[in-house]
Write a new protein. Structure first.
Length: 204
């Protein structure tokens, strides 16, 4: 079964869509169009963006329901994927003029226009890890408080996206749209079960 996050993006429907998997993951970005210069590689350990002065890497989210992920920082570069989910968390790893190189929760990288990104923090529930006896918990509890002993508000499937309100380094308060519960549900999730916040990061 495909990872949950792939439900939010599709391959670009272009004549040159038969890319090798390594190209899709960014290992051959030099294969851009002949008229476009190859994208500048991220500067290891730079720490801040060259255009914004903001930390690198950092998390953001998609602003619209349709975002083209390109193999280089210009519209002349081929579209590799089309994201189809506003609010999807992504990680910004590099900046070049009005373009941002991003990474999704599966590790796929590419370039998008900065205007298609939002600073609003969101997260995606990750798949459960195997326990000591190899068992997994297919769902992640959403607690009423930042305490395992508090009551469960809901159980979240891997791939569920929520709006991050705050994080302590161990717990995050998130708001998740759950139609089966009648609308938005506010609760707490173990920070380690979310992609879109760094381990031990504090969000206010």
């Amino acid at each position: 079964m495909a990872p949950a996050e792939t439900l939010f993006r599709t391959l670009s429907n272009t004549p040159a869509r038969a890319f090798a998997p390594a190209l899709l993951l960014g290992f051959a970005l030099a294969a851009g169009s002949a008229n476009a210069a190859p994208p500048p590689p991220p500067t290891p350990g730079a720490g801040v963006g060259s255009k914004t002065g903001l930390p690198l890497p950092r998390y953001a989210s998609l602003k619209t329901d349709r975002v083209n992920l390109r193999e280089g920082p210009s519209k002349d570069h081929r579209t590799l994927w089309v994201f189809q989910r506003a609010g999807l968390p992504v990680e910004i790893v590099a900046e070049f003029e009005t373009w941002r190189r991003i990474r999704d929760s599966e590790g796929t990288e590419g370039w998008v226009l900065h205007s298609l990104l939002s600073g609003r923090r969101t997260s995606i529930v990750t798949a459960a890890k195997a326990g000591a006896k190899g068992e997994t918990r297919p769902e992640t509890p959403l607690y009423a408080r930042a305490d395992d002993a508090s009551g469960e508000q809901a159980r979240l499937q891997a791939g569920v996206i929520g709006s991050v309100k705050s994080c302590t380094g161990a717990w995050c308060r998130v708001v998740v749209a759950l139609p089966q519960k009648g609308g938005d549900v506010d609760g707490y999730v173990r920070q380690e079960r979310l992609w879109g916040v760094y381990p031990y990061e504090k969000v206010e």
